[in-house]
Ligand binder design. Structure first.
Ligand SMILES: [Zn+2]
Length: 138
């Protein structure tokens, strides 16, 4: 069971790294929108292949996450806690997808969810502070 979790985390991390690499690659070389779409397509293809080869391993979100996800969106009234627009993404503040504690989850919009993939230390502090100010964590 423990091995399974280690594999899951490793694959999830590999997925994140591939994604970050592709993003940085796109930012460094000014690709056109069309080229970016192609690159995104390739990335999704890689992930799809991973899922096909390791279906049970690739399920990176633990089952309890599905339930608490809805509670977090309700708690935050579907408001992105970064920009204030409508949000329906639940972000893991410590970037650990296995930590489904309510104090580690926060509602964001799609754009801010992408944004929070960078400057991780900054956003970790930022979101913790948001929850602190709302009195949701000590
Ligand atoms: Zn936002």
């Amino acid at each position: 069971m423990e091995d399974q979790n280690i594999i899951k985390q490793a694959i999830s991390r590999v997925g994140d790294l591939i994604y970050e690499d592709i993003k940085q690659f796109c930012d460094n070389y000014e690709f056109s929108k069309k080229e970016k779409r192609c690159i995104d397509h390739v990335y999704k293809g890689v992930i799809r292949e991973y899922k096909r080869l390791y279906p049970e391993v690739f399920w990176i979100y633990p089952p309890e996450y599905r339930k608490i996800r809805k509670e977090i969106l309700a708690r935050d009234k579907n408001i992105c806690q970064l920009c204030g627009n409508f949000g329906n993404y639940v972000h893991h503040i410590d970037y650990n997808k296995h930590n489904s504690n309510g104090t580690n989850l926060i509602t964001v919009c799609r754009d801010c969810n992408t944004k929070a993939n960078y400057k991780r230390n900054f956003y970790m502090k930022y979101f913790r502070n948001v929850l602190r100010e709302r009195g949701l964590v000590k």
